[in-house]
Design a protein around this ligand. Structure first.
Ligand SMILES: NC(=O)C1=CN([C@@H]2O[C@H](COP(=O)(O)OP(=O)(O)OC[C@H]3O[C@@H](n4cnc5c(N)ncnc54)[C@H](O)[C@@H]3O)[C@@H](O)[C@H]2O)C=CC1
Ligand SMILES: O=C(O)CCC(=O)C(=O)O
Length: 533
């Protein structure tokens, strides 16, 4: 439990019911400030005082905001799309970004269907006409959805829900997603197709991808040219997935019979030329604007904020690997071991590290080991970066200094259920340390370089490399006693009788450089290092 005040800035309008978990939290000392509608300059000026920033899609979290956010630990996005947050800058600064991927799926899918139906039956146009005093039944003869083909580009949470509903309207559904397998398509009752096949065959096309460099302008002039005359287009995902200029041309040329847009390249989209076209119907980014979705996404991010400050983990991370709940219990105990191995091995050299090899052997190799690697890197970098390094930026910081990271997996661990080995290479040296978790006993270092040991990875350790000669152990113990250094445990290991050997001692207090030199004077001692874990 921490009593330190955690300042949370809510910069976009969020459901008050949704942030109830933050309001009622008693274990953490949360200070929730709601300040919506800040200008970018005001946000930059304010953000330095906050540990958490909570946004929807209105606030743009730029690199400048992140640079000014000296205390920021977490950015929460109450929704799915994170294209309004500079993820690269957040990651570099070790700020975790979380979103709420599930809470608005249903609302966005329902909105898409509402838009498609409105488009097919000219409902907004007819409504306007009637409200303006006209009884015009001729101009608004629509088309049925039944037996028409809907092309869904991006078959994730929302795309799939849209397809279910479209099938309820007795439409045929073609779906494209790079991750869609034949089996899953069959299971969901849709036909797998390429984007080009969708363009050629669909009567209605709806996009449900995130806005990424690969999806920007995914539907463009070339794709419109492939489409059937009279095709209808829906975008309730992100402005820019469909090229707006090309869509404008396709509508004015009569290729596209109509478009339904909830999202725009520039929002608020009060001045968009597409809105001047009678064939284009639109809503102001309302896909997720339902009481249910807003409550749900705000509850999800609020719970993740609380979880983060209580446990250091989150359910919906965007800029670090997410660990399924059922796996977390199995891999979490390895986090500390991995970090300790990193902290240990980095103290064996003073040379810059060029390459890091992580060997995951045994049961642990069955898991997604990236979070373990992050923890190992956290330990490795702690010598130089202190507590500025965390799970979010550990890999980035390591790679930024040009260090190669290699993960290796093997399912056999020679006598251990699981074994983690961390090897570092410098220009002139190679060092390694291996550790395991002993059932009921916790973490152990079981190998240092080529020597088998059994050491609890905590506190102050002395690592001594020596030649295996009688009396070496006694002489080290005597020297330490002369310096009033108490030995708690001692482990020895050797490659062969009379050959190179190591001693690993855990001692009760920190050993000074002077004490180390005093022990190093002994004959048959090659190296003495003090390590703190
Ligand atoms: N209008 C609104 O208010 C809302 C808009 N959205 C937008 O909808 C998007 C989709 O949301 P979800 O379905 O929840 O996300 P999701 O992550 O479940 O699905 C996105 C799918 O797009 C696919 N994809 C990625 N690159 C692709 C490509 N090049 N071509 C085809 N498919 C590709 C992914 O494989 C994934 O299956 C969000 O990223 C967000 O921008 C989401 C909620 C509300
Ligand atoms: O916050 C909103 O209402 C927008 C929702 C959205 O676009 C998203 O979740 O990606």
């Amino acid at each position: 439990m921490t009593t330190e005040q955690i300042n949370i800035l809510i910069a976009d309008p969020l459901s008050e019911d949704g942030i109830f978990p933050l309001r009622q939290e008693t274990e953490l000392n949360l200070n929730v400030v709601v300040d919506t509608g800040l200008t970018p300059e005001q946000l930059i000026e304010k953000i330095g005082d906050f540990h958490v920033l909570l946004v929807r899609s209105q606030t743009t979290v730029t690199p400048e905001v992140i640079k000014a956010a000296k205390n920021l630990k977490l950015i929460g996005r109450a929704g799915v799309g994170v294209d309004n947050i500079d993820l690269q800058a957040a990651t570099e600064h070790g700020i975790i970004v979380v979103n709420a991927p599930d809470g608005n799926t249903n609302s966005a899918a329902e909105h898409t269907i509402a838009m498609m139906t409105s488009l097919a039956r000219y409902i907004p146009q007819a409504y306007n006409s009637l409200k303006n005093g006209k009884w015009d039944r001729k101009s608004y003869v629509g088309v049925e959805l039944k037996n028409k083909t809907l092309g869904v580009v991006g078959f994730g949470r929302i795309g799939v829900e849209v397809a279910f509903r479209a099938k309820g309207q007795r439409m045929q559904v073609l779906a494209y997603d790079p991750f869609l397998t034949d089996e899953r398509a069959k299971e969901l009752g849709v036909t797998k197709a390429t984007v080009d096949e969708i363009c050629e065959a669909a009567d209605f096309i709806t996009v449900h991808t995130p806005l990424l460099p690969e999806t920007r302008n995914l539907i463009n002039k070339e794709k419109f040219a492939m489409m059937k005359d009279g095709v209808r287009i829906i975008n309730c995902a992100r402005g820019g997935i469909i090229n707006e200029d090309d869509l404008y041309d396709a509508v004015t040329e009569g290729k596209v019979a109509g478009a339904a847009l909830d999202v725009f390249v520039e929002e608020p989209a009060t001045d968009n030329k597409l809105l001047t076209l009678p064939q284009v119907i639109a809503t102001p980014h309302l896909g997720a604007s339902t009481i249910e979705a807003q409550e749900s996404v705000a509850v999800d991010v609020s719970n993740d904020i609380i979880k983060f400050f209580k446990t250091g983990t989150v359910t919906n991370p965007v800029n670090m690997p997410s660990i399924p709940k059922e796996l977390l219990a199995q891999v979490e105990p390895f986090f500390e071991l991995a970090e300790k191995l990193g902290t240990f091995v980095t103290q064996l050299t003073v040379e810059p590290i060029k390459e890091i090899n992580l060997f995951y052997a045994g049961d642990v190799a069955n898991y997604d080991v990236r979070p373990l690697t992050s923890n190992a890197l956290k330990g490795l970098l702690s010598k130089n970066h202190g507590n500025h390094v965390n799970d979010v930026n550990a890999r980035y910081l390591t790679e930024r200094i040009g260090v190669k990271i290699n993960e290796h997996k093997t399912t056999t661990a020679k006598g251990f259920t699981s074994l983690l080995t961390l090897e570092i290479k410098t220009a002139n040296e190679v060092h390694s340390v291996a550790g395991t978790l002993l059932n009921g006993l916790g973490a152990r270092i079981v190998k240092v370089e080529d020597y088998v040991v059994d050491v609890i990875p905590e506190g102050h350790l002395l690592y001594i490399r020596n030649t295996d000669k009688p009396g070496a152990i006694g002489r080290v113990a005597t020297k330490l006693a002369e310096k009033d250094i108490n030995i708690a445990t001692m482990q020895v290991g050797r490659a062969q009788v009379g050959g190179k050997a190591v001693m690993m001692l855990s001692v009760d207090n920190q050993v000074t450089d002077e004490d180390l030199a005093f022990v190093a004077e002994l004959t048959n001692i090659d190296e003495v290092k003090a390590l703190t874990l």
